[in-house]
Design a protein around this ligand. Structure first.
Ligand SMILES: [Fe+2]
Length: 387
């Protein structure tokens, strides 16, 4: 299928799903508020505006700049989060209460309390949607939290015992992730006080890195050694090669199918995200092999890869620890459920033979600034030698 046709089909699918979700929400609000004709017109107008606001903000951003688009971006992004949460809660209400009562009514007369339960159930679902969204906003904006894990690496020399590697990921600079949140990130990295900072992709959503000011601040995050990074899918969507160059210009060493040796005792390898590769995920195994070419076999290997894919191959290739991001841990409901279909692990640790995988929830957010089941994070790995 030609790329342009795939693009059109993708846009049509997004519009159809997004419209369908809004029709579903409207049907619930209509049951609760019983609007008259005039109110219905206003409600539809408001819903269309809210539904379009996130996409409009992105358009305004491209033509008039980030500051002009910011108010619309806030409205659109918060609405995006509310829609995700409200859809999930109303869907649960339908499955857990409405459907059983409907079946009961079909097979018999149904319980006498059915109407009352539906009346209060739908109102409780609406209130829960609002409260959970507020909770998710607060949780998101209180981040990033700092997590610390000790990791034993069999081949790590004694001289590197206690080495602190700090991982950040999925920062998505631009839009709502501006100066104020970058300041929060800087403070978190200062506290983490790492020997080496690694950034596992999706650093910027600014086209070609914008004026480079925000990226420049990432390049100066506290790290005793030069910061290492890999390119994520958003680096491709937001400009590709010019953006990767801008990241390098900010002082960050981008590992593209290559590795660095740290203090003669640790190999850090990195690969581009699969969207940079002609055959996508099909090219990732070769990219992993390429990144490890020439690496001393007696040293432990940490692989940086934006998305948690091809772990079995990485383990076979001799990787000891694979650090990834991309999933945001599901970020906003219902994406946690959908993410689990696409990735075997969406957050935390998993084992693949001798290799450990870590999937971070990411340091900022993309789209809706609403996190219900996890926080934005940076992760300190204290490396331990078992030699
Ligand atoms: Fe990503």
């Amino acid at each position: 299928m030609p790329v342009w046709l795939r693009g059109i089909l993708f846009v049509l699918t997004v519009v159809a799903v997004w419209s369908g979700v809004h029709v579903y929400l409207y049907s619930k609000f209509a049951v609760i508020f019983q609007p008259d004709k005039a109110a219905k017109r206003w409600a539809i107008f408001a819903l269309v505006f809210l539904a379009a606001s996130y996409f409009l903000a992105r358009g305004v951003d491209s033509f008039f700049g980030r500051d002009v688009a910011l108010p619309l971006h806030w409205i659109g992004a918060v609405w995006l989060g509310y829609v995700g949460v409200a859809f999930s809660v109303f869907f649960l209400y339908d499955i857990l209460l409405n459907l059983p009562l409907w079946i009961a009514a079909k097979v018999g007369s149904g319980p006498v309390w059915a109407e009352k339960a539906k009346y209060w159930g739908i109102r409780a679902a609406m209130l829960a949607g609002i409260l959970v969204t507020v909770f998710g906003l607060v949780r998101n904006f209180s981040g990033p939290v700092i997590k610390t894990y000790e990791i034993a690496l069999d081949k790590l020399p004694k001289s590197l015992d206690g080495f602190v590697l700090v991982q950040g990921s999925d920062i998505h600079l631009g839009g709502l992730v501006g100066d104020w949140y970058v300041s929060r990130i800087e403070r978190a990295f200062e506290k983490a006080d790492g020997d080496l900072v690694v950034l596992t992709g999706d650093l910027s959503d600014e086209h070609n890195g914008g004026d480079g000011a925000l990226l420049g601040r990432l390049g100066k995050l506290r790290s005793k050694k030069p910061i290492l990074a890999v390119a994520g899918n958003h680096e491709r969507y937001s400009g590709g090669e010019p953006l990767v160059q801008k990241i390098k210009d900010s002082g960050i060493d981008v590992l593209r199918q290559t590795h660095r040796i740290i203090d003669d005792g640790l190999v850090i390898a990195g690969i581009d995200d699969s969207v940079f590769m002609p055959n996508g995920l099909g090219d990732v195994p070769a990219a992993i092999d390429e990144s490890l070419k020439g690496a001393p076999a007696e040293l432990p290997v940490i692989l940086l890869s934006h998305r948690p894919s091809l772990m079995e191959h990485a383990a076979k290739a001799g990787v000891d620890l694979m650090l990834t991001g991309h999933t945001h841990g599901g970020q906003t409901p219902p994406f946690g459920v959908l993410n689990r279909f696409a990735f075997p692990v969406i957050k935390g640790f998993a084992n693949y033979d001798q290799m450990k995988l870590y999937v971070t929830t990411g340091t900022a957010w993309w789209g809706a600034p609403v996190r219900v089941f996890n926080s934005p994070e940076i992760v300190r790995f204290v490396l331990r030698s078992s030699l």
